[in-house]
Design a protein around this ligand. Structure first.
Ligand code: FAD
Length: 505
């Protein structure tokens, strides 16, 4: 390596992860490092990542993207959260809505006050205090920074988009930033004979592509991180046994809902992601309990429009690489690991890994201390998300199928066990730095899945019942006024970002 810093970086793969890496790194590094993306049209991409979480707006603003252009270019829509149908019991549903629930009062979180009233016998929904949940249920959206003249936070949104169009959009962006694209199938990887560092790639037509630093975005196979460096994989199927998905788009249905829907099925769950031009659907399942043919039949029976393509099967192993950064290779996207799309975390994991890589970007040499720190932080982030996903299965009351009985009975990681026990006891919940999902997310899924605390925080006693009644009524009133004034989601899209309404970016 040179002392003057890295001069070149090679990205293997041009799926969502490859082009996100190219866009973000070219923006961060400017002309100091020459970036090349090698991809093969013949191999293609997974192309089903269509739902995101609000942090993606940070990526867009870092790249300087205009939100309306971005949505128009990707057939995008607004996502205010995820509706979970039949997860707790058949016939019950709840939302994991983005944004806060209520407003803290004094030093205690809002949900403690909600629990105080509930323990006193009041039957009111936690989601009556979530602006996002109210807007989602009403099918409405607008860009609302605050409500009640700044008293409450406004709406917090993410996007649904067409994954293939998203990758193309980021490709155009990256190429305009000077990123070089090489089309071709990689058939050989050269390594330094002593260090094992990757030194170059050989393409099917004999061309070679060099590089000092490689980002492996080659998908599940992990062309560099696994097939070349044999890094190893932590298999988490014992906790998250899903191993397959069938995906199919269908014609749009009205109204255009501003949320993702996840409906529990007998041996898995089905996603529904509304875009401007179609609805994305998929059935994620565990092949120990249902065959691919049966899973396809369940999916096709539960579409809300005519199918627009043949159903496509994807197979995966839930888990993560033992090291995400090994020698001079960093794995991103599916090459780094995979957890089912229940909480739309994969694209975000690419974004946060890129942020971490930029923070720890090598200064000409590859330093073990920095690489270990990168791997430590990334592993923790994966583990926290893993626990959050397991919660959805473990905290079910369903016992109507062998799959759900097994989920309810399964042993869970000690970290999750401790969180669930603390919450069940007194509604307390703590999140760590690498924890992607914070208190508002955990409490919605815990309470939605039926984990209701036995006691509430003693600090809630600082207000009288009458004061609390007034406080809660005031929040409800501000929220209902804010919702009243919003346009429908479909009207918002038509007015600001309908596909074809804006010049191509
Ligand atoms: P891929 O899309 O597989 O791209 C791999 C790239 O590597 C391709 O360009 C390919 O051509 C190239 N390549 C491979 N081998 C070679 C070679 N030998 N030579 C040259 N090029 C090569 N994420 C979300 O955030 N939200 C969701 O809602 C969501 N839903 C999902 C549903 C399912 C069923 C699955 C499986 C995933 C989902 N994801 C979701 C994850 C998301 O799809 C991926 O994180 C994202 O698409 C990134 O994929 P990738 O770029 O890592 O891999």
């Amino acid at each position: 390596m040179t002392d003057g810093g890295l001069k070149s970086l090679t990205i293997v793969g041009g799926g969502t992860a490859g082009w996100m890496s190219a866009a973000m790194l070219s923006r961060a590094l400017g002309p100091t490092v020459a970036i090349t993306v090698v991809e093969s049209d013949e191999i293609g991409t997974v192309g089903v990542g269509e739902a995101t979480i609000p942090a993606i707006k940070l990526l867009n603003s870092f790249l300087g993207l205009d939100e309306n252009d971005f949505l128009a270019a990707t057939n995008g829509t607004i996502k205010l959260g995820i509706e979970f149908v039949d997860w707790h019991t058949v016939g019950q549903s709840y939302l994991h809505a983005f944004g806060p629930v209520g407003r803290p009062l004094g030093m205690a979180s809002f949900h403690h006050y909600w629990m105080r009233r509930r323990l006193a016998g009041r039957d009111e929904s936690l989601w009556d205090y979530s602006l996002n949940a109210l807007a989602a249920r009403a099918g409405k959206f607008d860009r609302l920074q605050t409500a009640g003249g700044g008293y409450l936070e406004g709406l917090v949104h993410a996007y649904h988009f067409d994954a293939a169009l998203y990758a193309q959009y980021l490709r155009r962006y990256s190429e305009a930033q000077g990123v070089r694209r090489v089309e071709g199938r990689i058939v050989g990887v050269d390594q330094h004979p002593q260090t094992g560092f990757v030194t170059g790639l050989t393409l099917q037509d004999g061309r070679t592509v060099g590089g000092e630093f490689f980002i492996d975005c080659s998908g599940f196979r992990g062309l560099l991180i696994e097939e070349t460096l044999h890094t190893g994989y932590d298999d988490w199927r014992g906790w998250l046994p899903m191993d397959s998905a069938i995906a199919v788009p269908c014609a749009s249905a009205t109204p255009l809902t501003p949320f993702t829907r996840s409906t529990a099925r007998d041996a898995g769950w089905q996603w529904r992601i509304p875009l401007q031009h179609r609805t994305g659907n998929g059935h994620v399942f565990c092949s120990d309990y249902i065959s691919a043919a049966e899973a396809t039949e369940v999916l096709m029976r539960n579409l809300d429009g005519a199918p627009l393509a043949e159903p496509r099967q994807l197979k995966f192993t839930t888990g993560k690489r033992k090291r995400f950064w090994n020698k001079n290779v960093v794995a991103m996207g599916l090459a780094s690991g995979f957890m089912e799309p229940l909480e739309s975390t994969s694209i975000h994991l690419v974004q946060s890994a890129l942020g971490r890589l930029i923070a720890l970007f090598p200064n000409g040499d590859f330093n073990a201390v920095e690489i270990d720190e990168y791997n430590r932080q990334t592993a923790l982030e994966y583990e926290y998300i893993r626990d959050f996903l397991i919660l959805h299965y473990k905290a079910t009351s369903r016992e109507d199928t062998p799959f759900w009985r097994a989920c309810k009975a399964m042993d869970i990681p000690d970290t999750l066990k401790a969180r669930m026990a603390l919450f069940a006891q007194s509604g307390r919940l703590f999140s760590q730095d690498e924890d992607l999902f914070k208190e508002a997310s955990w409490i919605q899924v815990l309470i939605g899945q039926g984990v209701v605390p036995a006691a509430t925080h003693p600090l809630t006693r600082v207000v009288t019942d009458a004061q609390l009644d007034e406080y809660m009524a005031n929040i409800r009133q501000i929220m209902s006024r804010a919702i009243e004034g919003l346009p429908s989601h479909a009207d918002f899209i038509a007015r600001h970002c309908a596909t074809g309404s804006r010049p191509a970016a």
